[in-house]
Design a protein around this ligand. Sequence first.
Ligand SMILES: Nc1ncnc2c1ncn2[C@@H]1O[C@H](COP(=O)(O)OP(=O)(O)OP(=O)(O)O)[C@@H](O)[C@H]1O
Length: 334
Amino acid sequence: MLNILKTENLKSYYIFETPTEKKEVKAVNDVSIDIEEDKIYGVAGESGCGKSTFLKTVCGLAEPPLRIVGGTIYYLVNGKYVDITKLSQEEYRKLRWEYISYIPQGSMSALNPIIRVKESFKDFVTAHKKIKDDQKDFEEPLRKHLNALGLPMRVLKSYPHQLSGGMRQRVTIALATILNPRIILADEPTTALDVVAQRAVIQLLKDIQSLQKNTIILVTHDMAVHANIADRMLIMYAGVFVEEADTEELFENPLHPYTKFLIGSLPKMGDKSYKVSAPGSPPSLANLPQGCPFHPRCPYVMDICKNERPALVETKPSHKVSCFLNSKERIQND
Ligand SMILES: Nc1ncnc2c1ncn2[C@@H]1O[C@H](COP(=O)(O)OP(=O)(O)OP(=O)(O)O)[C@@H](O)[C@H]1O
């Protein structure tokens, strides 16, 4: 299986400088990760651990105070790896939307409120493609796309405020995927929706993936959403990925102590046992502890954990973990 996205030692920090002080919030802190084609990845982790910043960064949207301070972001484009940190604005613009689609948090408010939905689609498509024949190049593909995604044609005539929150979110996702992007980065697309609307959004994303055969990276706190949609999971803690595995394997055999807490604290049908969450609170990303960032909260902490950072290593087939209980490999030159 080919990797559509690879990051190597990616560091993306919020940097605040005054003449007397420099503060760095290390939201993505030396991340090397391979994302395969044709898969849905779920990114989970506590609030503030860097999930949104990771998406923004790999999408090429780091803007001050957020800065990429090191590493690379490679996308496989037409069979060749392209480092988007090295592209000119014009080269990057070509990739955006047609290749990389980003659905940011709160995107259901992204539709222009004063024009009908169809006009939003028209503006979006014409900004990226030459339309010679309106019927053939716009109307037909639009209807085909909405049909394939099971969205009613009536939405095209509506203004955004006439649609329910769930429908607005589905329309926004339809808009963000009409150009058949190879990778979709979706940040909390089901948050603020009721359970029925959530289910419809999840189904929509699944349908898009199976039709377009692209890769989706989905960020959400909601482990039930991950269990429903993700083929593979990435667990983030304090700016790094601490575990990566197929979803079923991760839920059944979590290896990292943090993942064990995350999964162990989930309610299960018929299970009345007391749920224990991770003790303490996550570290400030502006003041990370030395060594493994989880060590101050870890019940299994060893001396090595206080001084060295564990590398993310495959310790079982297709199952990676960054923990000295599983592998002694550490991040070099840290
Ligand atoms: N614009 C900003 N300026 C400074 N710090 C920021 C900014 N945006 C985010 N941060 C900090 O960066 C860290 C990571 O934030 P991020 O939003 O990426 O986390 P997250 O895991 O997506 O959280 P949530 O689940 O709450 O959205 C946090 O400590 C946050 O306070």
